[in-house]
Design a protein around this ligand. Sequence first.
Ligand code: UT7
Length: 335
Amino acid sequence: MAARTLKTAGITGVGMSFPEKRLTNADLEKMVETNDAWIVERTGIRERRICEKGVPASHHGIQAARQALEHAGKTPDDVDLIIVPTVTPDMLFPPTACVIQDQLGCSNAWAFDMEAACSGFVFAMQNARAQIESGFAKCVLVIGTEVMSSIVDWTDRNTCILFGDGAGAVVLESIEEERGGIIDSRLHVDGVGVKHLHMLAGGSLNPPSHETVDKGMHSIYQEGMEVYKYAVRGMANITAEIVEQNGFSGQDVDLFVPHQANIRIIDAAQRRVGLQDSQVVKTIDRFGNTTAASIPTALRVAYEEGRLKEGSLVVLCAFGAGFTWGSVLLRWTAS
Ligand code: UT7
């Protein structure tokens, strides 16, 4: 566990924003060789939200951030740092965080994007915590926002059924340690995963060309089963580790908010820590895998359903490309 100070980082606001348009499994049946029964049984997904063409990641990121700020009782001027985890930035550069900083009117904030794929939100939470505990920031917006539909190959049934668009945001503030906030956070990487899940073109390795477009290299490539094996192990282990090594057991956990990639991965982590359904947030049926947005949006859903109370013990956990994985243990401070 990292060294503690008297001040820590606590969530004081949470927000989300999704496009209106729903893409159901029945819709996908008309696009690729698939069926509702297979998708529901293998993934737990029934529908996902999809942006209209041309809507950038910043759009829903800004809406989610506005709701989080309102919940926290903060104005854009109060924010001194914006971190945007995303794999679908508006542009490769400048950071989408700068677009959001400008359009939200956070004139006192510095801002950057960070990319840790589906683990982006927990990686950003640890970064925000470090900035707050070191005294460099007092009020941080972490905004996970994705337009996954812009990098999906809509002819590949292995991947096009999985992903959705949307954004979730939290406000993290410097709070007295006794009040709650982040107790612990742990991050891991194993670069063995690079070959199993990636988007090959668009960066410096394969700059855009007619050839990269013709070969479909600007879309998600995933070896599903291989990723699945690592994900089950990574999510279950990291959840058990952060709970047990902080002196808690499954019974102490009020809410487990995992990354929503596959209902079977979530169920495996849930079983490993011995959690009941009432302790776990599952939104994958409605939204699919929204990558860096899945945890903050699940948090907002849980908040709206009245499942988060002041002091609730919450575990966040994610696994994604890289491989990257991590968890955050916190006491809820945004009632
Ligand atoms: O969020 C970031 C990290 N990513 C993940 O955590 C994803 C991890 N992986 C998974 O969730 C699962 O591996 C998938 C949901 C992607 C796939 O499920 P699976 O049970 O591993 O299926 P599979 O890839 O082993 O495919 C089983 C069969 C294959 O047919 P054959 O070769 O056995 O005849 C596939 O071609 O299912 C077939 N299949 C489909 N059938 C109907 C694959 N996609 C589909 C589909 N509809 N959409």
